[in-house]
Structures are given as C-alpha cells and as structure tokens.
Design a protein around this ligand. Structure first.
Ligand code: DGT
Ligand code: CA
Ligand code: CA
Length: 576
C-alpha cells in the first residue's frame, strides 16, 4: 500500500471522527498522521516489511501511529476505520467533500434532518429545510446546492502527487514486459498539471497482448473496463481510470505528442500541419499519406518549424508565440533552487527540531532556509506569541553554530487576522530575517475584506512575501474570494515577493497567477511549507507549477545564492 493510500485512510478516519464529534485533538492527530505519511519520500509499507527497520524511527510517527500503519500495510484494512464506516453513512462522509460543508455541518444535517445521501441533501435544500436549520441560513443552502453541482461535475480528479507513485510503478512494470520498447506517461500527468482526471500511458510494442495482460494482472488495477487491439481502459485502485495505448515504434513520437495534449495545444498543432499541406494525427505527420515525421516527438515539432515545446507549456496559452519568436523560456529545474523559506518545527506544528530541519535541508543541497513557525492566532497549531517567538529565534541563533554549511534565517509565518491587522506587533516582526504573511482564518469573508487584509499586509514594511495566497485546497476547498490582479499590482508596487507553495494539495499560487506575477516583475519564491524533514520532497511539485507558468530560474528569487537573496531582500525593503 502506497503512502498516499495510507494517508487517505487516516484522512477518512479524521473526517468520520469529526462527524461523530470526537475530541478535536484526536481528530487532529489523524490529520497530522495523514500529512506526515503523505509527505514521506520513503514508502512506509517498505519499512513495515523490513525486519531491520522500525516505523517509529521516522520523525513524527509515534508508537500508536506505527501500529496502525503496520496493520494497514499488512492487512489492507484498519479495523477502527471499518467500524466507523459502519456507523457513519457514506452519504454523510460525501457531504464533507462539498466545498463549504465541513464535518460539523454534515453531522448537523444528518442529525437534525436525518439526511444520509447527497440526493436527500439536494431535495432538502430545494425544499428550504436546510436554510431553516440553526447555523445554516439561505446563503449556506445556496452554497450547498452549488457545491453539489461541483461535486457532481468534477468527477474524481486526483492530485498529481497521489497519482505519481502508482504511475511510476505501472510504467516500471510495463518496461519489464518482453517485446515492449518505450513506455511513457502522457496526458495531464506528463504536463504536470496539479490534478489528473485520468492517467494515460503509452507503450510501443509489435504485439499489444503481453503489455495489456501485464496491466490487467497488476495489483494496482481493480477492473478492466474495455480492451481493444491498441487501447485498453482500466480502473485503478486509487480511484482513477487509466488508458493504455499501444503504438508501433514508427508512430511513437506522434502518439506521444497527441496524447500528451492538451487539446488546445493540439488544435494549434493540427492547424500548423494543415497550413503546411500536411496531416497530423496520432499515427504521424503525413504528406499525401507519406510519413514526414512520427517516430520522435522532436521530429514532429521540427517538421512544423517548432522547437520541442516542454510538456508543461502545452496548454495553448503563449507557447507557440514564444516558440515562433525564439523566446521559449529555459524553464526552472528543481536543482536550481538554493533556499527554502517556509517551514515548521516542533515549536509550532512541525515534527522535527530546528537542527533536524536544517540538517535535512543541507543534505538536500540547500544553502539557506527560513524557519517560519506559526504565529499565535493559529492556536490549534501551537502558534507562537512574541515571547515564545523571541526565545525560538534565540534557539535558531544557537543552532546556526551546530549546523555549518547552511544559513538558518529567523522567520515567521505571520497570520493576517480577520480584522486586517497582523498577528504580531511591528517591533517583533522588525527583528525577523524573513516574514511571510498568510491568510488562514476568515477565508470566506467578502472580497472587499479579504482585499483589505491583503493590502494591509503587503503595505506593512515588515512583510517580505505573501504565502499560499488564496488558501485553496485543490479539489477540496476553493480559495478566498479576491481580485488577484489587484493583489499582484499591489505586490509589484510595494516590491514584495509572492510564494508558490509547493505542497501538492495547495500549489498556491497556481500557474496562471505565477505567470502574471512574472510579467509584473514580482519575484516568486518556491517554498515547501515542510512540517517534517521529508516535507522537502514536495519541492518538485512547486517547480512543476513554476514551469507551467513559464518561469526561468531568474524569475524565482530562491534560486539565488544566500548573499544575493539577502541583497535582493534589502533592496526591496522600505526603510522601517
Ligand atoms: P485529464 O485526463 O482530464 O487530466 O486531462 P488530459 O489532458 O490527460 O486529457 P485526456 O485524458 O482526455 O486526453 C489525453 C490527451 O489526448 C489530451 O490531452 C489531448 C489528446 N486528445 C487529442 N484530441 C482529443 C480528443 O478529441 N478527445 C480526447 N479525449 N483527447 C484528445
Ligand atoms: Ca488524462
Ligand atoms: Ca485519457
């Protein structure tokens, strides 16, 4: 069982417990467990199977959690979860997936109105029963109706990071099949979109039967939905469907190009072919039925007078215009990043000490980090008040001597409060090396209030950057309502930086906003928001998002060496 699946089990456990009104600390413990396991690079199931290893050696995993993980990995089930599933109707759990409807509200709907399915919920909304409930009202009822619509049409997209381990495993299995040549994931997965609607894998083989049989028999596959000569569709255990396409070697490049998409990108490709008297399809590029290109993807692009456009840019946005002008960006790569400016320690809700985080960052080749624990408002995460923060910073100064080779900056993730003030006083913030300001609470405030909060934060002389701007959770919760363009204008005017939070369920800001920020000359910073030493692994997802935005290393401030970054920061800071 993969980490992502184990994490899903713990998340469901937390949801179900919360619906039942369990102790919030217990609920939180499982949410943390889900995050810790989900963030791990190493597969915990492997550790379970290794007699020389112990699960509770992994930071953040205690004895109780270790036992549960072992049970899950060995038996595939968690008895406690099975029991809770019996007690809470599935429909009530599904209600918690509706944007704006958390476990508490879902529990109320169940308890007060006896609702057990989404259908019943819709009917109750339409009958006005939900609006009449205490704590709901007309607005909430309308929001639920819209949310129901969203859930129905959204299908089941999974996060890229959830799909990735399974995709790589399937690719590896297919590569083992005799007679199979190339194996490559295509579609949104290859374009590194933040979520994947279905997985597309392409293989070359003279004979498709063995590859198809391997997939049909694979433990990650639950059901074969259809099977033809060259195409097979299966359902994966993680709850996603997958297309396997088998193509001959001479069509590989054309097929890879075609099935990588996006559709919008391919429309332009086909038009370019027609303009040149050619025909482009998944079999190749043809002139009067004679192949002109098709074996390699680069060959297809070259025949259409284009450089091979990186998959992350193939969204039919600016990539052709850039390619035509010879201005395709040299996209940033994970190895370009030298610093990480958003992370937590045991001082707030992280699992590792300052020293452990610094050593882990150093081991990954980083040259500087900012420790940014939570500020006091986030009491659930043990946020720091001025006194604790100053003590924490003194501790950072002490640890600096213990971990040479990496700069450790005194930072803070400072909440922008609901009343648009900052969570810590100016004299405290003034002592920080790095302040990242964020919205955590009141994300549903009206747009004007959200804008007021952001404007105040950006205008504070002590704030260096805005972190996870919108507060969205991909597929689970929309971000705060804001005028993104006005926020960017404000950032540009005030000379502040903007974070691309690399956590796979945040990826905030998204690619479109990051691209616009680049146009406005706003320096971006890609941060992992690590809560454990393994949290650094998500950096790649932030880099993918940056690549989709067309960013080069020069657009991302934390690709700078420590001195250069510090200078940039000083230059941009207003006199205090
Ligand atoms: P997804 O699965 O929603 O995350 O997004 P994609 O881009 O992987 O979309 P998918 O799986 O429907 O199709 C894979 C690629 O196949 C798509 O990016 C472009 C290519 N394609 C080209 N023409 C068509 C078409 O007419 N229909 C479909 N379904 N795909 C097409
Ligand atoms: Ca797809
Ligand atoms: Ca597909």
């Amino acid at each position: 069982m993969h980490n992502a699946e184990i994490a899903q089990h713990f998340d469901e456990l937390a949801d179900l417990l919360e619906i039942q009104g369990a102790n919030p600390f217990r609920v939180r413990a499982y949410r943390n467990a889900a995050r810790i396991v989900g963030d791990l690079a190493e597969q915990v199931a492997t550790v379970v199977g290794d007699p020389a290893r112990k699960l509770d050696e992994i930071p953040g995993i205690g004895a109780d959690l270790a036992a549960k993980i072992a049970t899950l990995a060995q038996t595939g089930v968690l008895p406690q979860l099975e029991e809770l599933r019996q007690q809470v109707p599935l429909g009530v759990l599904q209600m918690t997936r509706i944007p704006g409807l958390g476990p508490k509200k879902a529990a109320a709907l169940h308890k007060e109105l006896g609702l057990t399915t989404l259908e019943q919920l819709r009917a109750a909304c339409e009958a006005g029963q939900v609006a009449a409930l205490k704590g709901f009202g007309k607005k909430t009822q309308q929001a639920i109706l819209e949310g129901l619509e969203q859930v129905a049409t959204a299908g089941q997209r999974l996060l890229l990071a959830e799909v990735e381990p399974v995709a790589l495993e399937l690719v590896a299995a297919l590569r083992e099949v005799p007679g199979v040549g190339q194996v490559e994931p295509a579609g949104s997965f290859r374009r590194r979109r933040e979520s994947v609607g279905d997985l597309d894998i392409l293989v070359t083989a003279d004979n498709s039967a063995d590859a198809m049989q391997t997939l049909a028999d694979h433990p990650r596959v639950t059901q074969v939905l259809s099977r033809g000569e060259t195409k097979m569709r299966v359902r994966l255990k993680i709850g996603l469907e997958m297309d396997l396409r088998v193509v001959p070697k001479e069509s590989y490049g054309a097929a890879l190009q075609y099935f990588t998409g996006s559709k919008d990108h391919n429309i332009v490709m086909r038009r370019r072919a027609i303009e040149r008297g050619l025909k482009l399809n998944e079999y190749g590029l043809f002139r009067d039925d004679q192949p002109v290109a098709g074996e390699t993807e680069a060959g297809v692009y070259a025949a259409l007078d284009l450089p091979c456009i990186p998959p992350e840019l193939r969204e039919g946005r600016h990539e052709f215009e850039w390619a035509e002008a010879g201005r395709l960006p040299r996209l940033i790569e994970p190895g370009d990043v030298q610093g990480d400016l958003h992370m937590h320690t045991t001082a707030s809700d992280g699992a590792a000490s300052i020293r452990e985080m610094a050593e882990a960052a150093l081991a990954r080749g980083l040259k500087y980090i900012a420790i940014t624990d939570h500020s006091q408002r986030v009491s659930m995460a043990n946020g720091l008040d001025a006194t604790r923060l100053r003590a924490h910073w003194r501790e950072i100064e002490r640890v600096r001597a213990e971990v040479p080779g990496i700069e450790i900056w005194k930072g803070i993730e400072c909440d922008i409060l609901e009343d648009a003030t900052l969570d810590l006083a100016d004299d405290v913030l003034a002592e920080a090396d790095w302040v990242v300001a964020v919205l955590h609470y009141g994300l549903k405030q009206p747009r004007e209030q959200i804008m007021q909060r952001l404007r105040n934060a950006i205008r504070s002389p002590h704030v260096d950057a805005i972190g996870h701007l919108t507060g969205r959770m991909i597929g689970r919760r929309p971000g705060a309502d804001m005028d993104v363009e006005a926020v960017l204008q404000e950032l540009a005017r005030e000379g502040k930086m903007l974070e691309i939070n690399a956590h796979p369920s945040r990826l905030d800001v998204d690619d479109i906003t990051a691209a616009r920020a680049k146009e406005l000359g706003i320096p971006l910073v890609i941060n992992t928001d690590s809560h454990a030493v393994t949290g650094f692994d998500v950096l790649q997802y932030g880099v993918h998002q940056a690549r989709r935005a067309g960013l080069e290393a020069a657009d991302v401030a934390n690709t700078l060496a420590p001195d250069a970054f510090r200078q940039l920061l000083q230059r941009r800071r207003p006199p205090r």
